[in-house]
Design a protein around this ligand. Structure first.
Ligand SMILES: C[S@@+](CC[C@H](N)C(=O)[O-])C[C@H]1O[C@@H](n2cnc3c(N)ncnc32)[C@H](O)[C@@H]1O
Length: 221
C-alpha cells in the first residue's frame, strides 16, 4: 500500500503552485498521483467535499480520464465509510479510454469499479441494483450521449431529494445537451430541482425529487 503522505508533488503541480500560490489546494493536491487538472482545478476538491457533506456511498463518474476527479471522489467514498461505519461504499467509473486509473486507486486502497467501454454500450444491467447518491457526467459531450446516459441512469439515482446528478459543461461543450434536458424538465418529464453555475464551462446540480415529502419538517424544536 502506498502511503500518500510520502508522495511528492507532481512536477507540473510545482510549476502550477509556484505561479498561483494556494496553500490549501496545494496540500490537498500533493496527495494526488496525477497533476492538477488546470482546466477545472477546483472540481476535484469540490467533489471530495460534496461527497463527504452529502454522505454518499455510491458515486458514478462517466468520463474518468486520468483520474483527477476520480481520486478525490474515491477518497471521499472511502472516508465516508470510515466516518459513518458504512459497508460496501464504491466509486464507479466509465471511460472509453484506459488510463489505468483502476490500479492507481486500488494501490491506494480506494474502492473502485471502473469499466473501459463506450457509454453507448452501457445498459441498465451494467450496474444492476446499484442506487447512486451522485452521478458525475463528464464524458461524451454530444447531445445524443448526454441524453442517452441521463435516461439510462436517472432511474438508478436515489430519489426523495437525496440523489444528485452533477452535469459538467452545461455552459461548455454539453450546452445543447443541457438545454434539451432543461426542456424535458419544463415538460415535467422528470421531477427535479436544479441550479447552474457559470464556473468553468458550467456546472449544474440536478436533484431528484421523486418521493420527496414537501410537508415533512426536518427541523423540529
Ligand atoms: C473531460 S474528460 C473527463 C475528465 C475527468 N472527469 C476529470 O475531471 O478528471 C472526458 C472523458 O470522457 C471520455 N469519453 C468520451 N467519450 C466517451 C464515450 N462515448 N464513452 C465513455 N467515455 C467517453 C474521454 O475518454 C475522456 O477521458
Amino acid at each position: 500500500m502506498i502511503n500518500p503522505n510520502k508522495e511528492i508533488w507532481h512536477e507540473k503541480d510545482k510549476e502550477y503552485f509556484n505561479e498561483y500560490s494556494a496553500p490549501v489546494m496545494e496540500n490537498l493536491q500533493r496527495l494526488h498521483y496525477t497533476n492538477i487538472n488546470s482546466t477545472i482545478p477546483y472540481y476535484g476538491p469540490m467533489l471530495y467535499l460534496l461527497v463527504r457533506a452529502l454522505g454518499c456511498e455510491h458515486v458514478l463518474e462517466i468520463g474518468v480520464a486520468e483520474g483527477y476527479t476520480a481520486f478525490y471522489i474515491a477518497n471521499a467514498i472511502k472516508d465516508n465509510a470510515t466516518r459513518f461505519g458504512m459497508a460496501g461504499n464504491m466509486y464507479y467509473g466509465v471511460d472509453i479510454c484506459n488510463h489505468d486509473v483502476h490500479h492507481h486507486l486500488t494501490d491506494r486502497g480506494l474502492p473502485n469499479k471502473i469499466l473501459y467501454m463506450d457509454s453507448k454500450d452501457l445498459t441498465s444491467d451494467t450496474f444492476k441494483d446499484v442506487k447512486f447518491d451522485m452521478i458525475f457526467q463528464d464524458g461524451d459531450h454530444s447531445t445524443e450521449a448526454v441524453i442517452r446516459e441521463f435516461e439510462l441512469f436517472w432511474p438508478q439515482l436515489k430519489g426523495d431529494g437525496k440523489g444528485i446528478w452533477v452535469f459538467h459543461d452545461c455552459y461548455g461543450p454539453a450546452e445543447e445537451g443541457f438545454q434539451e434536458l432543461r426542456r424535458r424538465f419544463e415538460r415535467k418529464q422528470y421531477n427535479v430541482e436544479f441550479v447552474r453555475f457559470f464556473g468553468i464551462y458550467g456546472i449544474a446540480f440536478i436533484r431528484k425529487m421523486n418521493g420527496y415529502d414537501e410537508a415533512k419538517r426536518h427541523w423540529v424544536v
